[in-house]
Design a protein around this ligand. Structure first.
Ligand code: SF4
Ligand code: SF4
Ligand code: FES
Length: 231
């Protein structure tokens, strides 16, 4: 039987299971901790930092940190909210995001986080970096202006013998997502669809499937991401 562990999140005592991460323990107890690069069921990479919480006074990423008895976790303090806002605003200004015209609008985690944290105007200047759109593969479009470099696609979309379809090329502001040209030619419909779904933003688009769901029926249309994610 799983060993139970007692922790506190924002002063509320909860019982979690040994081996769970803070994100998993919180979710099981109906507490929302935002995530972006993390995808349930895969090994977390801890790269986007949106899930930062304070554990006994130290900042840690909740998607990568396993719980221990006596953890006192701050998730909703003004300090953490401010940090998360800075991360969201930075992502907006370092890409080119025009939500009303975006195929992922209503289903996008970045957009939903911006609503959740009531982002109005980013405090940082927009960079307006020009990024090339790649529509050369038979099934997918890479709209790199929206990529947040979370590597979800790299980590989850593979051939049956484990080869990566996607990779990050370059470093710093030159980093960009690429798709293996030869492998892309053999990509199945299911894998292409999965790649679009697993991308948290509107960077990976499956050709001929944009705007399938009308406004009102998209994932975050009726409820905020904090409610959708802890059901
Ligand atoms: S990817 Fe998300 S945040 Fe960016 S334009 Fe599309 S809906 Fe907006
Ligand atoms: S294409 Fe999407 S899933 Fe891949 S790194 Fe960029 S944002 Fe993440
Ligand atoms: S969701 Fe935890 S670091 Fe990205």
């Amino acid at each position: 039987m799983d060993k139970s562990i007692k922790i506190k999140i924002d002063g509320k005592g909860i019982i979690a299971k040994e081996g769970q991460t803070i994100v998993e323990a919180a979710e099981e107890n109906g507490i929302y901790i935002p995530t972006l690069c993390h995808l349930k069921g895969i090994i977390p990479s801890g790269s986007c930092r949106i899930c930062n919480v304070k554990v006994n006074g130290r900042f840690l990423t909740a998607c990568t940190t396993k719980i221990h008895d006596g953890f006192e976790i701050e998730n909703n303090s003004p300090e953490i909210t401010e940090l998360r806002k800075i991360i969201i605003e930075t992502l907006f200004v370092s890409g080119n995001h025009y939500c009303p015209a975006c195929e992922k609008s209503g289903n996008c985690i970045l957009q939903a986080l911006a609503y959740q944290y009531r982002i109005m105007i980013p405090r940082f200047p927009y960079i307006y970096e020009q990024r090339e759109i790649d529509a050369s593969s038979p099934k997918l479009i890479l709209e790199r202006n929206r990529c947040v470099l979370c590597k979800r696609c790299v980590r989850t979309i593979k051939t049956d013998d484990g080869k990566n379809y996607f990779a990050i090329e370059g470093r710093g502001h030159k980093a960009r997502i690429i798709l293996d040209e030869e492998l892309a030619k053999t990509m199945t419909e299911e894998k292409a669809m999965k790649a679009m779904e697993n991308c948290p933003v509107g960077c990976i688009l499956k050709k001929e499937t944009g705007f399938i769901k009308p406004i009102g029926e998209r994932k975050y249309d009726k409820e905020s991401i904090s409610k959708v994610c802890v059901k």
